[in-house]
Structures are given as structure tokens and as C-alpha cells.
Ligand binder design. Structure first.
Ligand code: 5AD
Ligand code: SF4
Length: 446
């Protein structure tokens, strides 16, 4: 590769999960530290970072078409310097380097703190790959937070030791690590100083987080949440994604006791069939999952429940799929994410017998999503007439129109004289399948 002009502007495009959004922001902050600035919306960037997702085949394949569009001038006028980050970089780094000669840098999710060094090399014309998973956490090498938004993500735990048989995460994100308590409190303070009213704690198994508080006591996620709740200026706390097998009693209790902890739980189950769950290596049953949800509902009766589902896991019969539908009928989710099983290279399920035909998967996905849509709409309708707090997250298309989030993570549209980041009291006037219409009562916090 020829030496390249040092880039002045950058754009980070993050795909996939919320942790990628967080990582994307952190990479942006690193590049800011190198004197680069974010490219304004609609303008060419000198450096484009594609922060990729490897969880399903479609997401992973997208990377090559994105690179093609960038180099052929379809995304922007001038071809930029390209860095590939995220989980595809981790899993297929070498392949990307040989298949896409226009890529200057390939950097895995545990190595992106080294992006500035890699950039120096790229400018000299040296292509660089870094997919190490260093023992020293990258977080220690990242600059202080400076993001100014009413809602913020904070990665508290990363990696996964569960090895569900369909999933690439344990290979791309590595083993479970918890960031130290003090670092998290410090980062939360920075986010709050910069204007965050809501913080969502992130982890692949966020409820496996453990640490020592400032008095040296062993604490779990609930302890961290209780400490964060004492910080002035922070009004809302959320966390995602939890695993049913890491649930501590105190987290359930916290939902009944900590006002700032929002009444929402995302707890993936994947299937309602015990045979399928076993083949997935989930190490819980449909019944143990349902019992767990009941405990959350006892602690916080209005809690909104959400989950993840995979249809068409190898060997899934029609009867087993119907067990998933029955579980959905029993839970009545407020929201859910559902996916067709996608065989991932290197995972045990990819070579299992009984791979399911695409048209069967399509049919099952449609049926499952229809049930979820029914329950989500019903949940939305049940909030009509209620008064709740709404955090203003962005402007709507029309003047005076705003979009905020209810405590149950529903989008709420309304009109009024408010500002970004306000928490206002609203009455829910109408419900649609995916959002609510609200009437402004009075501002709660400015
Ligand atoms: N195929 C389909 N869906 C998957 N997920 C993870 N791996 C796969 C796969 N191979 C889904 C799970 C998980 C969510 C993040 O993505 O439902 O909870
Ligand atoms: Fe993947 Fe299972 Fe770990 Fe979730 S718990 S990241 S689905 S291996």
C-alpha cells in the first residue's frame, strides 16, 4: 500500500449491538485525541471506521459490500482510508486483509485502544491488523468520556463464558471480564457532568458483573446500580443484556427498591422448548425462566419484559416451535427481538444435523413476530391514560414536536415547550404498535 495523506476527518459506522455503539463512540474519542474531527453529516470523511457485527451471516457479509461502495465512490465522492473494527474484524481479520486490499486497518474489539498507532502505520503505507485480546483491559488506555447526550451507554462487563452452541460472541469478544467499580463510577460521573440523565449499563452478560465497592465489599450488578443511583444528576438507570443463569436475588430486589432503576428487563430465552434449550447449551429450562420472570413481576408489578428468540435452530420441530409460542403467550412481552437461526463458522450448532429449510424458518419467524407484535401493541394500549416521566431524546420532524422515552422504553411523541434532556411528566393519550402519543403535563427536571 502507498503512503497516505493523514486523515483530518473521520466517520465511525457502527452495526449490531449497543456495545458496538459504545465502542464506536470510544474510537471516535481516540481519533479526536489524534486531532481528527468527525466528518459533518452528508460530507466525505477522510477515514471511515466500519465497526462490524458477526452475530448473523447477513450482518457479517454486509462488510464487503460496504467496502466496495466506499472504494467505488458510491457512499462518498472520494474513497476514504478504511478501518474495519468490531467482531467481523476479530473473526475474519486475515480474510478481510486478503479479500479487500483497500482496507488499511483491521482492529478487534479488545484492541481498538491501539488505533492511533495503527493510524500512524497506515499513513506510512503499512497495513496493520490487531486482533489481540490483551490481558490488560483496553479501558485503561482510553481517554476520558466527553459525550454530550441525555442518554449514554456504559460498558461494565464484556465477553461471554456461556458458549451457547449457536453463538460467536465467546470467540469474538473473549472471556467474561468485569470493569472495576471505581472506574465505572468515575466514567459515570463524567457522563453525568457532560449531561447524561440516563445511563444504560452494557455487557454481553451484564448481570455477571462483579467487583469490589469503595469499602472493599464484594458487590454484584445490583450493588453497582445502588451506588450509581446515589449520584446527583443521574435520573435513570438501565442495563442490558442479562442471562437467566446469572441472576442474583439483589438485582430482583433492586427493581422494587431503587426508583432510578427503570421498570424494564431484557432477558433472552431463545426457545420455549427444553430439548432445544439443552441443544443450545442454555443451561436453563422454560419453566425456570418463567419462574424468574415471576419474581421480577412480584418485585416490580409494572415491569416491561423483553426477550430474544431464535427460530429454526437445528432439529427444531413444529411442536418445539409451538412451545416457544406458548411461552410467549404466557409471558406477554412488551417487546422482543427474534431471528432466524444463522449457522456461524466455528460454532457447534453449525455442523449439527437437522438444519432447517429457509422457508420453514421464514414461516416460523412470521408467526412468532405476529404474536410479539400483538403483545407489544397490547402493552402499549395498557399505558393509555397513565401519567409517566418521559426523557426527551430528540426533536421530531415538525416544529415543537419531540420524541422521548417512557420508563418502559416506549417511544413517546408529543408537542410542547421543552428541551433535549428534560424529564417531563406526560399523560399517554394514544397508543400505536410501536410508539405512544403523549400530552405534556409539567416539566419534572430541567
Ligand atoms: N443465529 C441467529 N440468532 C443469533 N443470535 C445469536 N447468535 C445467533 C445465530 N447464530 C441472537 C440471540 C442473541 C441475540 C443477540 O442474537 O437471540 O440473544
Ligand atoms: Fe452468545 Fe449465549 Fe453468550 Fe449470549 S450467553 S453472548 S447468546 S454465548
Amino acid at each position: 500500500m502507498k503512503p497516505q495523506t493523514p486523515p483530518k476527518t473521520y466517520r465511525v459506522k457502527s452495526f449490531g449491538c449497543q456495545m458496538n455503539v459504545y465502542d464506536g463512540e470510544r474510537m471516535g474519542e481516540l481519533l479526536d485525541g489524534q486531532g481528527l474531527t468527525p466528518a459533518p453529516e452528508g460530507e466525505d470523511a477522510d477515514l471511515v471506521v466500519l465497526n462490524t457485527c458477526h452475530i448473523r451471516e447477513k450482518a457479517a457479509e454486509k462488510i464487503y459490500s460496504d467496502i466496495g461502495r466506499l472504494t467505488k465512490g458510491k457512499t462518498q465522492k472520494k474513497a476514504p482510508m478504511i478501518a474495519v473494527a468490531g467482531c467481523v474484524a476479530q473473526a475474519e481479520g486475515e480474510e478481510i486483509m486478503s479479500r479487500a486490499p483497500a482496507v488499511s486497518m483491521v482492529v478487534g474489539p479488545q484492541a481498538y485502544h491501539r488505533l492511533p498507532d495503527m493510524l500512524d502505520k497506515a499513513v506510512k503505507g503499512e497495513r496493520a491488523t490487531d486482533t489481540d485480546m490483551p490481558a490488560i483491559a483496553k479501558f485503561d488506555s482510553l481517554p476520558a468520556r466527553k459525550r454530550r447526550q441525555p442518554t449514554a451507554f456504559l460498558t461494565v462487563q464484556e465477553g461471554c463464558d456461556k458458549f451457547c452452541t449457536y453463538c460467536v460472541v465467546p470467540y469474538t469478544r473473549g472471556a467474561e471480564i468485569s470493569r472495576p467499580y471505581n472506574h465505572l463510577i468515575a466514567e459515570a460521573r463524567k457522563l453525568i457532568e457532560a449531561g447524561a440523565k440516563e445511563i444504560t449499563l452494557l455487557g454481553q452478560n451484564v448481570n455477571a458483573w462483579s467487583g469490589e465497592d469503595d469499602k472493599g465489599r464484594a458487590v454484584g450488578l445490583a450493588g453497582l446500580i445502588r451506588s450509581l443511583a446515589t449520584l446527583d444528576g443521574l435520573e435513570r438507570i438501565r442495563y442490558t443484556t442479562s442471562h437467566p443463569n446469572d441472576m442474583e436475588d439483589d438485582l430482583i430486589a433492586a427493581h422494587g427498591e431503587v426508583d432510578k432503576l427503570m421498570p424494564y428487563l431484557h432477558l433472552p430465552v431463545q426457545s420455549g422448548s427444553d430439548r432445544v434449550l439443552k441443544a443450545m447449551n442454555r443451561a436453563h429450562t422454560a419453566e425456570s425462566y418463567l419462574k424468574l420472570l415471576e419474581r421480577f413481576r412480584s418485585a416490580r408489578p409494572d415491569i416491561a419484559l423483553s426477550g430474544d428468540f431464535i427460530v429454526g435452530f437445528p432439529g427444531e420441530t413444529e411442536g418445539e416451535f409451538e412451545e416457544t409460542l406458548s411461552l410467549i403467550d404466557e409471558v406477554r412481552y412488551a417487546a422482543a427481538f427474534s431471528f432466524k437461526y444463522s449457522p456461524r463458522p466455528g460454532t457447534p450448532a453449525a455442523t449439527m444435523n437437522g438444519q432447517i429449510a429457509p422457508e420453514v424458518m421464514d414461516d416460523r419467524l412470521q408467526r412468532l413476530q405476529a404474536r410479539i407484535a400483538r403483545d407489544q401493541f397490547a402493552f402499549n394500549k395498557a399505558t393509555v391514560g397513565k401519567t409517566c416521566s418521559v426523557l426527551i431524546e430528540r426533536k421530531g420532524k415538525h416544529p415543537g414536536q419531540w420524541l422521548g422515552k417512557s420508563p418502559w422504553l416506549q417511544s413517546v411523541w408529543f408537542e410542547g415547550d421543552v428541551q433535549l434532556g428534560d424529564i417531563v411528566e406526560a399523560r399517554i393519550a394514544e397508543a400505536g404498535p410501536n410508539s405512544l402519543g403523549g400530552e405534556l403535563l409539567q416539566p419534572v427536571t430541567a
